[in-house]
Design a protein around this ligand. Structure first.
Ligand SMILES: [Zn+2]
Length: 843
């Protein structure tokens, strides 16, 4: 068929795919799906397609917009109406009804962020075709009243990995088993925990889409395990973040139960509301803080496109939810049986249509409530007025990064043009100001305030209820940024903070004898890597350099012979990284120094994928650390000391580190043998040899247990075996006290904030150094802790000598989700530790 012949004939998914949507054991690859939407948009005046941008692995991330042709023809005008409703500061109340009469509700379907949850992505092919071709009253109402935005697949990279992996094992005993690697190059499942930090290409593009379109409704469609509910919908269970507007939280119930009702009406069993999922962490949703009712659904999974059989008695309870029981929030339980990809597509399709029908039916109501909640947000008076950021910071680039995170999230940041007084304190011009009375004020507030997570128990005095994600996320604490909450309103002239602002790098003095850099900024690590990469020699001070006012670990670049390229490189570094460089006006005398070599770094990657491993790579690449990925066989083959100086075991439990994937899962299904197993005893022995020969082994949080036990270290995990009723800290920000004179503590402040998520804490029972410990008082800064006394004075970061080498045990999440930037230096120092050599002078 030529293009002319094709025009007018609207292709069905089956015509393009060669099989029906959700067909057993068939998964269309991403280019084919993009091709379908492209042909649909060519053929139908109701459909438009747009590439939002490129993904991490350079695939197209697309948006499909569907509405009546007359709405698509006035997209700019409709967008402008929605933008005026989003910002009521620009809209007089008397203009609102006119805007509502002219406007259209905007509903965003955000599908298959998690690539093994295929149903929603495939469903969008059928949904788009229906909306393009049907003319029943419901479809017409959706087209006329609503702008439907569809992101068919929020992670195309992972989709392509799944297609390849699934095809590889089709027709083998391993068909449908999960992949042994993350379905996003860096963050795997945590791509759905990046909704405020916005570190990844995909979340950034979708947040920008939000900021452009301001949807009133968002539907984030997922899948979960195979033996629970067939379909989960809101309302969410407590706690909900109090920074979500009440009308948004009411909307979870309104829309969630409406969708559940439609599914049950269609005879779909096993639909449950108000189970398992709370809505406390902003990492899970962007919309709820930007005026949208952002819903979540979780369909039961099968094995990619391979169906499963589940007997009713094998359905599993989780928390208070029992899939087998008929209850108010699950009036039609599922009786077990066969469950296929087509089932998931059908549930998803009914839910998605009901979602759009709701947006259309109550078009004016959605726009009116949107105006109401946005108006409430910009005129708020709830005890907090603004947050201030002084220019003076320990790590100035970290402040720039924090402000960039906020502005990506549509937060307006002001710069004081003159000195001003707030809450009785005088602040200089240049102070950054985030007023909460602005459209993205709820987003700003949840990120900038201290969380007081509620003490929730299963029953009075019973064990605590765990949060679905974590309990504390205050961003300035995580990033080591100084900030101030202001309660009373104040007035000052401001200019807009333009982002991204790169802090201005400076070079002080002539640098006649070389240069020096403080180790206090994260970017000083990037500087070291660039200097070493350029072939320059880098030294570190062992103590304070009082003359220069530099702390231990200062980065020293003496003007040695052959260092004529030094000036150019240092100037470029200062400018690119925004660093403050000191010129040395006198030679550095003899004393106690280290020479810093580039450590050869190995990062362990289990075939049972660990998300923290991906984040570790993401951060090391960002800061220019060369590294090699090590699989089980690479470690088990031994001779590691000849190839590596530092080996990092990312956060992963002992069982997984040692045994990895098991031969057969809980359903007695085998796993591909080449990806079965873990480090095992042989791998542990190889790591012991490596360390004994002089290597630095770094274990992050949960991985510490494998090392403590596998090396018989004289270190006790003081929290092991303590009942959850006695001690529980499922994700809070805790104060730690650091020794900045130790090479692991270089550049850190004496008190820092650690992300503690069911983490470990140490007591030395032999040789070793505690570099950071918990205070004797309650360490909780944001979030929730039960039994804080169990942490009093205990070690958070320890170094234990082992043979000629050393072991670094990090008992918290030092680089958690690229949020915990205040403790990045712990990871960087631990890695650089493997490249330090004691010297007396700098030649
Ligand atoms: Zn998911």
């Amino acid at each position: 068929m030529t293009a002319t012949e094709r025009a007018g004939a609207i292709p069905s998914p089956e015509e393009v795919l060669g099989y029906g949507v959700g067909a057993e054991r068939k998964i269309p690859d991403w280019p084919l799906m993009v091709d379908y939407f492209t042909r649909l948009a060519e053929a139908s005046p109701r459909v438009a397609i747009e590439e939002l941008g490129r993904t991490t692995d350079d695939n197209p991330l697309i948006l499909v917009t569907i509405s009546a042709p007359e709405n698509l023809a006035r997209r700019e005008e409709l967008r402008a109406i929605n933008a005026r409703l989003f910002d009521p500061r620009r809209t007089l109340p008397e203009a609102v009804e006119g805007l509502i009469a002219e406007g259209r509700s905007v509903a965003l379907l955000l599908c298959t962020q998690h690539s093994n949850e295929l149903g929603a992505a495939l469903m969008t092919l059928e949904l788009a075709h229906e909306l393009a071709t049907r003319d029943d009253p419901e479809t017409r109402a959706i087209l006329e009243n609503t702008i439907t935005l569809i992101v068919p697949c929020a992670n195309p990279d992972g989709h392509r990995m799944v297609v390849e992996w699934y095809a590889r094992w089709l027709d083998t005993p391993y068909e449908g088993q999960p992949m042994p690697w993350l379905y996003h190059r860096y963050v795997g499942h945590d791509n759905n925990r990046d909704w405020f930090m916005l570190t990844q290409a995909e979340t950034r593009l979708i947040a920008a889409l939000h900021n452009r379109e301001h949807p009133q409704l968002v539907f984030d469609m997922h899948q979960m395990g195979r033996d629970g509910a067939r379909f989960m919908l809101p309302p969410f269970i407590d706690p909900l973040d109090p920074n979500q507007d009440p009308i948004i939280q009411a909307g979870f119930a309104t829309v969630g139960t409406a969708l559940a009702t439609e599914l049950i009406h269609a005879g779909k069993a096993g639909v449950a509301t108000h189970i398992i999922f709370d809505n406390y962490s902003p990492s899970l949703s962007y919309g709820n803080y930007h005026g949208s009712v952002d819903l979540l659904s979780e369909a039961a999974s099968c094995k990619f496109a391979t169906p499963v059989e589940i007997a009713e008695e094998d359905l599993k309870e989780r928390g208070d939810y029992d899939p087998k029981r008929r209850t108010w929030n699950q009036p039609l339980p599922w009786k077990g049986g066969r469950w296929s990809l087509r089932d998931i597509v059908e549930y998803d399709l009914i839910a998605a249509r009901a979602f759009l029908a709701h947006a259309a039916r109550d078009r004016a109501g959605w726009l009116r409530r949107f105006d109401g909640l946005m108006r409430r947000t910009v005129t708020r008076a709830d005890g907090s007025y603004a947050y201030l950021f002084p220019e003076r910071q320990t790590d100035p680039p970290a402040l720039a990064e924090l402000l960039a995170t906020l502005t990506r999230g549509a937060v307006e940041v002001g710069v004081a043009s003159a000195p001003f007084v707030a809450d009785g304190v005088r602040y200089p011009a240049g102070t950054r100001i985030v007023s909460l009375a602005q459209p993205a004020g709820n987003f700003a507030k949840t990120l900038l305030e201290i969380q007081r997570y509620p003490d929730l128990r299963r029953w009075p005095d019973g064990p605590p209820l765990p949060p679905y994600d974590i309990a504390g996320h205050t961003l300035p604490l995580q990033m080591g940024v100084a900030w101030v909450e202001v309660k009373e309103a104040f007035a000052v002239e401001t200019t807009a903070h333009i982002d991204p602002v790169r802090p201005v790098g400076t070079i002080e003095g002539t640098g006649r004898h070389g240069y020096a850099l403080a180790p206090t900024t994260n970017r000083s690590a990037a500087a070291i890597n660039r200097l070493l990469g350029a072939g320059l020699r880098v030294f570190r001070s062992r103590g304070r350099l009082d003359d220069l006012g530099l702390p231990p670990g200062a980065i020293l670049l003496p003007r040695t012979e052959g260092a004529d390229k030094l000036d150019g490189i240092v100037a470029a570094l200062a400018a690119d990284l925004g660093l403050e460089v000191r010129g040395l006006e006198a030679p550095l005398g003899e004393g106690a120094y280290y020479e810093q070599a580039q450590p050869r770094v190995g990062i362990y990657q289990s075939w049972k994928p660990a998300i923290d491993e991906g984040w570790t790579r993401f951060i090391l690449e960002e800061y220019g650390f060369p590294y090699t990925t090590l699989h089980d066989a690479d470690i088990r083959n031994g001779d590691l000391a000849a190839r590596f100086d530092t080996i990092v075991l990312p956060h992963q439990g002992r069982e997984d580190v040692l045994h990895g994937n098991v031969e057969k899962n809980d359903y007695k299904e085998p796993y591909p043998p080449e990806y079965v197993g873990g480090l095992g005893e042989i791998g542990l022995a190889a790591l012991r040899d490596f360390t004994e020969a002089g290597g630095t082994l770094v274990a992050l949080d949960a991985a510490c247990e494998a090392v403590i036990k596998g090396f018989w270290l004289p270190v006790k995990d003081v929290l092991a075996g303590i009942d959850r009723k006695e001690f529980y800290c499922p994700g809070s920000l805790l104060r730690i006290l650091v020794d900045p004179a130790h090479p692991l503590g270089w550049g850190l402040r004496r008190d820092e904030t650690a992300v503690f998520i069911n983490s470990v804490a140490f007591e030395l029972a032999g040789e070793g150094t505690t570099v950071a410990r918990y205070p004797l008082t309650n360490p909780n800064l944001s979030g929730w802790i039960l039994g804080a006394e169990h942490l009093a004075g205990k070690g958070a970061l320890v170094e234990v000598p082992f043979g000629k080498g050393r072991i670094v045990l990090v008992g918290f999440r030092a680089q958690f989700r690229a949020q915990a930037r205040g403790t990045y230096k712990v990871l960087f120092n631990a890695i650089f530790r493997g490249g330090l050599r004691e010297v007396q002078d700098l030649r």
